[in-house]
Design a protein around this ligand. Sequence first.
Ligand SMILES: *[C@@H]1O[C@H](CO)[C@@H](O)[C@H](O)[C@H]1NC(C)=O
Ligand SMILES: *[C@@H]1O[C@H](CO)[C@@H](O)[C@H](O)[C@H]1NC(C)=O
Ligand SMILES: *[C@@H]1O[C@H](CO)[C@@H](O)[C@H](O)[C@H]1NC(C)=O
Ligand SMILES: *[C@@H]1O[C@H](CO)[C@@H](O)[C@H](O)[C@H]1NC(C)=O
Ligand SMILES: *[C@@H]1O[C@H](CO)[C@@H](O)[C@H](O)[C@H]1NC(C)=O
Ligand SMILES: *[C@@H]1O[C@H](CO)[C@@H](O)[C@H](O)[C@H]1NC(C)=O
Ligand SMILES: *[C@@H]1O[C@H](CO)[C@@H](O)[C@H](O)[C@H]1NC(C)=O
Ligand SMILES: *[C@@H]1O[C@H](CO)[C@@H](O)[C@H](O)[C@H]1NC(C)=O
Ligand SMILES: *[C@@H]1O[C@H](CO)[C@@H](O)[C@H](O)[C@H]1NC(C)=O
Ligand SMILES: *[C@@H]1O[C@H](CO)[C@@H](O)[C@H](O)[C@H]1NC(C)=O
Ligand SMILES: [Cu+2]
Length: 553
Amino acid sequence: MKRSVLYFALFFLLCGLLPGHAMVHRHKFVLKDTPYTRLCSSKNILTVNGQFPGPTLYVTEGDTLVVDVINQARENVTIHWHGVKQPRYPWSDGPEYITQCPIRPGTSFSQKIVLSDEIGTLWWHAHSDWSRATVHGALVVYPKKRNDHPFPKPDAEIPIILGEWWKSDIQAVVDEFIQSGDPNVSDAFLVNGQPGDLYPCSRPDTFKVTVDHGKRYLFRMINAVMNNIMFFKIANHNITVVGSDGAYTKPFTSDYIAISPGQTIDFLLDANQRPSHYYMASRVYIIAGTAGNTTTTAIIQYTGNYSAPPEPVLPILPDFNDTLASTSFTRRLRSLASKDHPVDVPKNVNKILFFTLSINTVGGSIGGRLRASINNITFVPPRIAILQAYYRRIRGVYGDDFPSNPPFTFNYTQEIIPQDWLTPQNGTEVSVLEYNSTVELVFQGTNLVSGIDHPMHLHGYSFYVVGSGFGNFDRDRDPSNYNLVDPPLQNTIAVPVNGWTAIRFKANNPGVWLLHCHFERHVSWGMEMAFIVQNGKSPDAKMLPPPPDMPRC
Ligand SMILES: *[C@@H]1O[C@H](CO)[C@@H](O)[C@H](O)[C@H]1NC(C)=O
Ligand SMILES: *[C@@H]1O[C@H](CO)[C@@H](O)[C@H](O)[C@H]1NC(C)=O
Ligand SMILES: *[C@@H]1O[C@H](CO)[C@@H](O)[C@H](O)[C@H]1NC(C)=O
Ligand SMILES: *[C@@H]1O[C@H](CO)[C@@H](O)[C@H](O)[C@H]1NC(C)=O
Ligand SMILES: *[C@@H]1O[C@H](CO)[C@@H](O)[C@H](O)[C@H]1NC(C)=O
Ligand SMILES: *[C@@H]1O[C@H](CO)[C@@H](O)[C@H](O)[C@H]1NC(C)=O
Ligand SMILES: *[C@@H]1O[C@H](CO)[C@@H](O)[C@H](O)[C@H]1NC(C)=O
Ligand SMILES: *[C@@H]1O[C@H](CO)[C@@H](O)[C@H](O)[C@H]1NC(C)=O
Ligand SMILES: *[C@@H]1O[C@H](CO)[C@@H](O)[C@H](O)[C@H]1NC(C)=O
Ligand SMILES: *[C@@H]1O[C@H](CO)[C@@H](O)[C@H](O)[C@H]1NC(C)=O
Ligand SMILES: [Cu+2]
């Protein structure tokens, strides 16, 4: 009897079912072309398991996922786990030709996704060409003790994924855009895959959330849009932001959201208004041009017996070009920095990097073919993944001379830029960081060709956003205003147009990690680079070996 109890306990222990024990979850992702109809027309899109948006995965803090990615489509694909640090295990991170070669049609790759301290909302998406337009989904990370949130317990939770729809095949859009200047703008923005009431042929499928008066809802918002920071607002309701990028934030109340592509925002909605139907709406923030007529909507619908208005109330979003609305929302994000959720901001920096972010042209004239660069280097993808070349010491794939500073200092935000500064250099360079170095990286937006915000995303890490401002970063003046007390912990941060943002992180995750703008067109133009974080001395500070089924080039 005693013995069987022991076996029983052992069984549970081994299965990881005892509370506090990390679980391994297995999933299958089948990539295939699937017909979908939007805006009155049908086309085949690349999906995971036939779903658009793709499946939501649920895990608990510290768990591990094993996802068998099976490519039954006709194109190369890779999958990235956005915001998962993958300690010492860059092999499953996903960016094409950085950490892996593509998963070719008819082949598969079993990806191990290792969570550590991430908590809240993250996501996954394709990281090859523009296939993330339709290949993406939410990754929800619960705290170890379910409902042990540092905010009031929500009665229900709702993932909200902002996306985009092109009537044409996405590959055709990319092919055309590589030949010409700017990509065609999409034909619709989406909430959870649906354009909403304001677009043709969309009304019956508009996404609806039913709420009970007096209850509280946790919205897990992901910006999976390709090329735009988005404004979002719910009519007649304030919201309380409680998390971003897989970390808690100090709660704050706002009547709108600005969210970068790549970023996630968790917020609470108290259903405390007159029972009715209300729109939630989202549209682009852009500094030049026009937003066009692009508002995507979903509906908050109270339960109960009342007469609903003929149309839900539409919220008034910030002006499409309201830079202050975008940057001031982002600047309100703060870490909890509480006893239970302390911050660990690096204080003594021993590696300082200063990266300019520019739009460029080939041939040096405005109107020439567009490129983009970091420190004046347009990234040229290698033919073999950098991680594999690094691990196997294959020479000639990349250089390790990525400059810590731009080639020369000038007024980066000045209005008139000499034409002969506009052409960048090409390169496949990495920046090498010693294990455990404490890094400060200042992004400086430039006005080359034209200034624009850049949502910068770092793989393998979360970083503290210690400061930001407009104009040129001033090394003598600006660091004294850094927030080292409760800076937000992000993996994606919008560098303001013609401004700067300073981040800090400790390089304690060895591997090859991509840094890039999360505007897809800027990546296509070359706004990316990679870090190699060297191994430390102790065995637990070294990269783990690759899995046997690593895709080959
Ligand atoms: C891009 O837009 C132009 C103008 O509307 C159109 O003629 C062209 O077919 C579009 N290209 C793709 C790939 O959809
Ligand atoms: C575009 O504008 C028209 C006219 O104002 C309006 O009826 C339509 O709903 C708008 N569509 C979107 C997506 O904003
Ligand atoms: C939202 O917050 C603003 C400012 O805090 C306040 O003036 C307004 O009354 C609030 N609205 C609702 C619907 O609670
Ligand atoms: C809803 O309210 C109306 C008027 O207040 C009433 O006539 C009707 O019976 C109610 N219906 C239900 C299902 O309670
Ligand atoms: C935004 O655009 C409108 C219309 O194009 C213009 O009148 C306004 O001055 C712009 N606002 C800003 C802050 O640039
Ligand atoms: C840089 O250029 C901007 C825009 O022309 C100007 O406002 C600013 O004063 C200049 N800064 C310096 C340090 O010259
Ligand atoms: C970028 O590099 C090219 C080639 O060396 C040079 O001509 C150009 O002036 C540089 N531009 C800037 C802004 O550094
Ligand atoms: C960089 O590569 C592009 C082609 O991708 C080429 O057109 C351009 O001339 C190259 N620039 C330099 C400075 O070599
Ligand atoms: C790295 O830093 C941590 C503290 O932040 C320290 O505990 C560890 O010993 C350091 N490791 C090395 C190899 O320097
Ligand atoms: C798919 O990936 C393989 C391996 O890297 C490469 O040789 C091939 O050119 C890729 N195909 C396309 C269409 O990019
Ligand atoms: Cu950018």
